[in-house]
Design a protein around this ligand. Structure first.
Ligand SMILES: Nc1ncnc2c1ncn2[C@@H]1O[C@H](COP(=O)(O)OP(=O)(O)OP(=O)(O)O)[C@@H](O)[C@H]1O
Length: 584
C-alpha cells in the first residue's frame, strides 16, 4: 500500500464527500438487513396462528399488512440510499480519476524531449488511461465494497448471533472458504487478463505500423505476409482469451455452490432445531435471507484484495513518471524579449542514450537579423545545433548564449515562444489548414494567415482546394504533398513573427524555383529576424550572411558564399557538383 499513499491527498481533498458517502452506506445497509427480520417475523406470526397461539385472524391480517408496508418502505429507502451511496463514492472516484489524469498530463507537458525519446508512446498512453482506471477501482468500488462488507457483516452477524449462536456458526462455515477461493480465482484471472492485454496491445501496435506503412506494404506486394503474421498474433490472442474466460466462467458457479452449501446448512441445522422446538420457521427463512445478503460482500473480499494489488502496481508505474524531474528546468521567472543574437562558445554535446558525440568544440556567432546557413553531410550535427538553440537539450560543455546571456538563465517559455521552427519532417494536425497555420499564433487574423501562406508560397495551392483554408487535413496531413506540407509548416513558423527563425532542411522538399521564391520573401520579411537555414543545397545557403560547414560534429569551414567557393573543400565541391546537375 506504500505506492497508493500517494492518493491520500485526494482523499483529503474530497473528505466531506467520502464521509457523507460512508454515512449513507451505513444507513443503506442497516435498512437492507431490516427486510429479512420483518419477513421472518411475518412467517412466525402465521405459524403462531396455525398453532393456535394467536387466535384473532383480523389481528394477524392487520400485522401482516403492516409488515408488508414496512418491507416495501424499507426496500424503497434502502434502494434510494444505495443510489446516493453510488452518487457520492463512485462520483468521488471519478473526480479523483480526473484529477490524477490531469496531474499526469501536466507532468507529461513538463517533461523534456529526451523523456519522450526514451519511453514508448503506448506506454505513456497506458499509464494515463489503463493504470489510472485501475487506481480508480481502488478509490471507488474497492472502498465502497469494503465499507459495504464491514457494515453488512457487523450488523448482520450481530443480528444473527442475537437470534441463534449455533445456527450462525454453522451457516458461516463456508464463508471464509468462499472468500479465499475468490481471492485465488481473482489472482488467476488477473494474471491471465494481463497476458490478454499484452496481446491486445501487440495487435494494436502491429496494425498501427501496418496502416502507417501501407504504401510500403502495397508497393512491395507483401500483403499476404502481413496477413499471415496478423493471423498468428490474432490466433495466439484468441487462445489466451479462451484461457481467461475458462477462469472467469468459474466465478459465479463457485459463488452459487458456496451459497448453496450455506443454505443447506441452514435448512439442515435449522430444521433439526425446529423439530426440537428450539426455533420457529420464520427464523430459518430469516437466516437464509441473511446468507444471500452476506454472500456477495464476503465474495468481494477476495475481489477487493486483488483489485487493491492491481491498483498498487498501477500506482507504482504512475509514480515512476510523476517523480521524474524534467531534465530541462526553467530557472528564470522574469520574462525576456529576445533580440536574436546567438552565440555558441566551444560547445561539445553527447547524447546520453546513444553516447554519440554530435558536436565537438563548436563556436560561432550570429547577430540579430543575420542569416546563418549550416551545411554538412547527414549525421554531421546540424539538427543538434538547432535543438540546443531551442533548449530541447542542455549543453554540458561550452555555452550557448542568447543576447550574450547563458540560455539557461533565460525564461524557457520566452525562448520557445520567440522561436519559429520548421522541422525536417513537418507534422500537421488533423484539422483545417487555417488552424494548422494559426497554431503559431492563436489570435491570428484571416489577413495574417493569408500573408503568411503567401510568403511561404502555398496560398495558391490552398485556394485551389474546394474548401480553401477550411480544408481539413487527414492524419498527418495526407491530403497534401510533401512540399505543400513543408510550406504550410513554414507559414506556421513565420506567422509568429519570431525573433529567431529555424528551417531544418525543410526546403529540400520543394523545387529550386519555389525555394528561390520562399527565400526572397523571407529576405523581405525577416529584416530583424535571425534566421538559421539547414540545408544540403548551396542554393539555400548562398545568400546567407554566414555559412558554416560541419563534418562529424566539427566546423570544417566557415565564411560567406563568395569566400567559400574560392576555398578548396566541401562547399566548393558541393557548389560545383550542384552547378553541374543544374546544367544537365
Ligand atoms: N535524439 C538523439 N539521441 C541520440 N543520438 C542522436 C539523437 N539525435 C541525433 N543523434 C545522433 O547525433 C548525430 C548527429 O545527428 P544530427 O541529427 O544532428 O545530424 P544532422 O546533420 O542533422 O543529420 P541529417 O542531415 O541527416 O538530418 C548522429 O550520429 C545521430 O545519430
Amino acid at each position: 500500500m506504500k505506492e497508493l499513499q500517494y492518493i491520500n491527498k485526494y482523499f483529503s481533498k474530497y473528505k466531506w464527500r467520502i464521509l457523507i458517502g460512508l454515512i449513507i452506506t451505513i444507513l443503506s445497509k442497516f435498512l437492507a438487513l431490516k427486510v429479512p427480520q420483518v419477513i421472518g417475523d411475518s412467517l412466525n406470526i402465521v405459524e403462531d396462528y396455525q398453532k393456535g397461539i394467536i387466535t384473532n385472524l383480523s389481528e394477524v391480517k392487520h400485522q401482516l399488512f403492516i409488515n408488508i408496508l414496512i418491507i416495501i418502505g424499507v426496500a424503497l429507502l434502502a434502494g434510494f440510499f444505495t443510489f446516493l451511496m453510488r452518487q457520492t463514492i463512485i462520483v468521488t472516484s471519478r473526480l479523483i480519476e480526473f484529477d490524477l489524469k490531469n496531474e499526469i498530463y501536466q507532468q507529461y507537458q513538463r517533461l523534456s524531449l529526451n523523456f519522450y525519446k526514451k519511453n514508448r508512446t503506448g506506454d505513456l498512453m497506458n499509464r494515463i488511461s489503463e493504470d489510472v482506471s485501475k487506481v480508480r477501482m481502488y478509490v471507488g468500488p474497492a472502498i465502497m465494497y469494503s465499507m459495504n462488507m464491514i457494515v453488512l457483516f457487523a450488523v448482520g452477524f450481530t443480528q444473527m448471533i442475537s437470534i441463534d449462536v449455533k445456527l450462525t456458526m454453522y451457516t458461516l462455515i463456508p464463508f471464509p472458504l468462499l472468500s479465499i477461493s475468490i481471492f485465488v480465482l481473482s489472482k488467476v484471472i488477473h494474471k491471465r487478463s494481463t497476458v490478454v492485454q499484452q496481446y491486445l496491445s501487440k495487435l494494436t501496435t502491429y496494425n498501427q505500423e501496418f496502416f502507417s506503412g501501407i504504401s510500403v506494404v502495397k508497393s512491395y506486394g507483401i500483403e499476404k505476409i502481413i496477413i499471415k503474421d496478423f493471423d498468428k498474433i490474432a490466433d495466439e490472442s484468441k487462445e489466451k482469451n479462451i484461457y481467461l474466460h475458462k477462469a472467469n466462467a468459474l466465478f459465479f458457479p463457485l459463488m452459487i455452490l458456496l451459497i448453496g452449501i450455506s443454505n443447506l446448512l441452514v435448512i439442515y441445522i435449522g430444521g433439526q432445531q425446529y423439530i426440537n422446538n428450539e426455533i420457529q420457521i420464520g427464523t430459518i427463512i430469516e437466516f437464509m435471507l441473511y446468507v444471500n445478503i452476506l454472500t456477495w460482500p464476503v465474495a468481494v473480499v477476495g475481489w477487493v484484495t486483488s483489485m487493491i494489488q492491481q491498483a498498487e502496481a498501477s500506482q507504482l508505474r504512475i509514480n515512476e513518471f510523476l517523480k521524474q524531474v524534467p531534465e530541462i528546468q526553467n530557472s528564470a521567472s522574469s520574462s525576456t524579449t529576445l533580440k536574436g543574437n546567438v552565440e555558441f562558445k566551444n560547445v561539445s554535446f553527447t547524447y546520453d542514450d546513444t553516447n554519440i558525440t554530435a558536436l565537438k568544440n563548436v563556436s560561432f556567432s550570429v547577430k540579430q537579423g543575420e542569416t546563418l546557413a549550416i551545411l554538412g553531410n547527414t549525421g554531421s550535427g546540424k539538427s543538434t545545433i538547432i535543438e540546443l538553440i531551442s533548449r530541447l537539450y542542455d549543453t554540458k560543455e561550452g555555452a550557448v548564449l542568447l543576447d550574450h546571456q547563458s540560455i539557461k538563465e533565460i525564461n524557457l517559455y520566452d525562448i520557445r515562444n520567440q522561436i519559429g521552427f520548421v522541422p525536417q519532417d513537418p507534422f500537421l494536425f488533423s484539422e483545417s489548414i487555417e488552424d494548422n497555420i494559426k497554431f503559431g499564433k492563436e489570435d491570428a487574423t484571416e489577413e495574417e494567415i493569408i500573408t503568411a501562406a503567401k510568403n511561404a508560397d502555398v496560398h495558391k495551392n490552398i485556394i485551389d482546394f474546394p474548401k480553401g483554408y477550411k480544408t481539413i487535413l487527414g492524419e498527418r496531413g495526407v491530403t497534401l504533398s510533401g512540399g505543400q506540407k513543408q510550406r504550410v509548416s513554414i507559414a506556421r513558423a513565420i506567422i509568429k513573427k519570431p525573433k529567431i527563425l529555424i528551417f531544418d532542411d525543410c526546403l529540400s522538399a520543394v523545387d529550386t524555383e519555389t525555394e528561390e521564391k520562399i527565400l526572397s520573401n523571407l529576405e523581405r520579411i525577416s529584416k530583424n529576424i535571425t534566421t538559421f537555414i539547414i540545408s544540403h543545397r548551396v542554393s539555400s545557403a548562398k545568400n546567407a550572411d554566414k555559412i558554416i560547414v560541419l563534418d562529424e560534429g566539427k566546423i570544417i569551414q566557415q565564411g560567406t558564399h563568395n569566400q567559400l567557393i574560392t576555398e578548396d573543400g566541401y562547399y566548393k565541391d558541393l557548389y560545383q557538383q550542384q552547378l553541374l546537375e543544374k546544367e544537365m
